[in-house]
Design a protein around this ligand. Structure first.
Ligand SMILES: Nc1nc2c(ncn2[C@@H]2O[C@H](COP(=O)(O)OP(=O)(O)OP(=O)(O)O)[C@@H](O)[C@H]2O)c(=O)[nH]1
Ligand SMILES: [Mg+2]
Length: 449
């Protein structure tokens, strides 16, 4: 069905200044000409815009601007027509209906981008970056998405594949001309160091990918503490919104409350939880169970302690419960006299009430996840779960090749694993015949994209 002409409304549903109906395929222009009326009689030149009227028989539907891009220099590498109508759902739908009744087929989600991929205009990493670009919520995640769009993920992957090929080529030469080299020597002197270099390269990329993923998806952050220490106040202060209810009654927050905060280009997905304590209250108990789950799920825990009171049993429980998490201890109510006698290394005193010293907390989070870890100007970061999965598979194959080499097995056994790793990395760019995967991937796009 690759040859048919597809059509869709490419702009978001609802009323806007303009709406765009897009067609791609070899009949795009002939279909348009059936209902587009321009005063000009000369042929529609590629990569130009023309003004005219859309008519359904004699009925005027809209005055529009039409862009025409002739293949192959287009996004899909097919002929593309884009009709800019006045904004409004109904007009765009009428124009789309005209495209369909004149021979176009309604596009599936993401089908324009899928065609760009299938026609070789972009590789899979670039297509996925289009999706990441649309979904990016912060400066850094936008940067990551554009890295993919510029082909940097492909370049990174290709450089690793070349490194693999280099080792594979050594083995091939040795198998073909065994008299040239002693097998034992080849393994010890050439294959092991080269495979080790590959392993450390892959490991480094995967280590950094952790931060890439955090940037893309945000850092899940649970605000926890016993009742009344000021967790909800902290959430509200951080997001600058009265989102969670704050009272001086212990056990105010029952259900979890969420908020989002952008710190230096990285997103914190904050969850305010119910204060944790022993209680007989049934509803509060459910809330507390949710808090414990939130701690387990969170990447980062902000443990709030009220420094205007001595440490309680509940505080101590929470300190040990969160010990093995990435955690920041926050000493809240810094505006009140201090009664807390314990010292906590790296704890941050703040006042949620007065919004005092919140920037110290924010810069600590920035130091933990951004500065020092992510120099986006310098390196390329994987952030897409599918790419990371493929790199992990490649790493485990390289590890197995290394094992084989170190245990003195025949070199063609090492080669098998390395070839497999080379194939897995190729899958990053979409070098697969797995149409189910391709269809699933593109169906995540919106209609008309
Ligand atoms: N003086 C002072 N009071 C604060 C501060 N932060 C919170 N409070 C007060 O402490 C009380 C409890 O605040 P909440 O934010 O509701 O506390 P919580 O930890 O969410 O409580 P639960 O939801 O019951 O677990 C309220 O009266 C707040 O105004 C602070 O920094 N200084
Ligand atoms: Mg609360």
């Amino acid at each position: 069905m690759q040859n048919d002409t597809i059509a869709a409304i490419s702009t978001a549903p609802g009323i806007g200044a303009i709406s765009i109906v897009r067609m791609s395929g070899e009949d795009a222009l002939p279909i348009l000409e059936k209902f587009f009326h321009s005063s000009r009689q000369d042929p529609f030149e590629s990569h130009t815009i023309r003004y005219g009227k859309i008519k359904d028989d004699d009925q005027l539907i809209d005055e529009v601007l039409v862009s025409y891009f002739k293949a192959p220099k287009t996004f899909t590498q097919e002929d593309i027509v884009e009709i800019n109508t006045h904004g409004g759902t109904y007009i765009a739908e009428r124009v789309l209906a005209l495209c369909l009744s004149n021979g176009a087929r309604l596009a599936e989600n993401g089908e324009f981008t899928e065609r760009a991929f299938l026609n070789g205009r972009i590789d899979l990493t670039e297509a996925e970056s289009v999706l990441d670009l649309i979904e990016s919520r912060s400066e850094l995640s936008l940067k990551l998405a554009t890295q993919g769009l510029e082909g940097k993920i492909r370049n990174l992957t290709e450089s690793l594949r070349n490194q693999l090929l280099d080792v594979i080529a050594q083995i091939e030469v040795n198998i073909d001309y065994p008299e040239y080299d002693d097998v034992q020597e080849l393994t010890q002197n050439v294959l092991i160091p080269k495979t080790e270099a590959l392993k450390s390269h892959l490991t480094k990329i995967l280590d950094q990918a952790v931060y890439g993923q955090l940037i893309k998806d945000g850092i899940s952050t649970a605000i926890v503490g016993r009742p009344n220490v000021g967790k909800s106040s902290l959430l509200n202060a951080l997001i600058n919104e009265e989102k969670a209810i704050v009272t001086d009654i212990q056990g105010t927050t029952r259900d979890t409350v969420e908020g989002r905060l952008n710190i230096g280009g990285i997103t914190l997905n904050l969850i305010d939880t119910a204060g944790i304590r022993d209680t007989a209250d049934h509803v509060e108990k459910i809330g507390i169970e949710k808090s414990v789950q939130a701690i387990e799920k969170a990447r980062l825990v902000l443990l709030v302690i009220d420094q205007s009171q001595p440490l309680t049993v509940d505080d101590k429980k929470l300190i040990s419960l969160t010990e093995n998490k990435e955690r920041i201890i926050i000493l809240n109510k810094d505006d009140l006299p201090k009664k807390l006698t314990d010292d906590f290394k790296d704890a941050i005193p703040i006042s949620s009430l007065l919004k005092k010293n919140l920037d110290a907390l924010e810069s600590k989070i920035h130091r933990m996840y951004v500065s020092g870890h992510l120099d986006t100007k310098e390196s390329v970061f994987l952030s897409n779960a599918r790419h990371i999965g493929k790199f992990k598979e490649a790493l485990s194959l390289v590890n197995s090749a290394l094992d084989t080499a170190q245990n003195g097995y025949p070199v063609d056994m090492i080669e098998m694993d390395l070839k497999e790793a080379w194939l897995r990395l190729g899958e990053v760019m979409g070098e697969v015949s797995d149409t189910a995967l391709i269809d699933t991937l593109f169906s995540q796009f919106c209609l008309g994209k």
